[in-house]
Design a binder for this molecule. Sequence first.
Ligand SMILES: [Zn+2]
Length: 175
Amino acid sequence: MTTRRELEHRYKELTALPDQWNSWEELMRLAMEDAAAAEALGEVPVGALLVAPDGTILARAHNRTITDNDPTAHAEVLALRQAATTLQNYRIEDAVLVVTLEPCLMCTGALVHARVRGIVYGTADPRTGVVDSAMQALELPFHNHAIWHTGGILRDECAEQLSAFFRRRRMEQKN
Ligand SMILES: [Zn+2]
């Protein structure tokens, strides 16, 4: 039987902040920089990174769907591909994904396949976010891998980055 103490220990391990970093906010700011790079390309500003427990950034990526003509080129998927190539392993165990927007169904599925340890997101996506909002996809009973997750890290700043982009785009379409 698993004791309460073992469970608490496991939870502490799961939720541990990677070495070398002072807060999830600090990592989220890096992801926001990547989101800004997406925006510069005319892409919806979403940025993501994967961080190892020792604090190493394994990958940094941003949305490239329009640029690459690729519906799967979400920041999360691109970060997974980058890290998997670097590690020469399709499993990116123990890594945590930090992303400015709550992941969609495709990305959440990919993150389960990659066996990441955790998902830390900025602002919620009430329409297509499936960690907490539109559904709780990580809680589906058939997954063979559980992922720790938390949201709302720099929520207002991440939300503002996105809404400023859509505001600007609406203005441009009007003119
Ligand atoms: Zn996605």
